[in-house]
Design a protein around this ligand. Structure first.
Ligand code: 5GP
Ligand code: ZN
Length: 113
């Protein structure tokens, strides 16, 4: 989707700090980090958000989580990190290409805001 910010990041049309890529996923540093580690893991396939995901996307959604776990292991933040999907504007979703936040490297409060 040429008008989607994250599709354009995947295509390299908008620069990003890439941290990981495989056939199905792309991961890069969030431009406005909320913690020492704040990485976004996204599917290369355009899916607007969790609400729009289809039954055939189940393995892909699981894969995003496992990529987050791998990055967390590599970063040495396994004492405590969070993977977050903001779903819908009421939960703060501002980019409508599904993205998993990996947040860690500091004490994380609960419940989240
Ligand atoms: P949301 O609020 O939709 O869950 O998360 C969107 C995230 O994308 C935010 O944390 C925001 O800082 C990040 N973001 C927005 N635009 C860009 C961009 O152009 N580059 C990068 N690297 N991150 C972005
Ligand atoms: Zn997209």
């Amino acid at each position: 989707m040429s008008d989607c910010l994250f599709c354009r990041i995947i295509a390299g049309e908008i620069p990003s700090k890439k941290v990981y890529e495989d056939e199905q996923t792309f991961a890069f540093e969030d431009i406005n980090p909320q913690a020492p580690t704040h990485t976004l893991i996204i599917p290369k396939k355009h899916i607007a958000g969790l609400k729009e995901a289809k039954p055939e996307d189940d393995a892909l959604l699981g894969h995003l989580q496992l990529v987050a776990a791998k990055l967390a292991r590599e970063r040495g933040i396994e004492n405590g990190y969070r993977t977050v999907l903001n779903v819908g504007p009421g939960a703060g979703q501002s980019v409508f290409h599904l993205h998993l936040h990996l947040i860690g490297g500091r004490k994380l409060g609960w419940p989240p805001g």
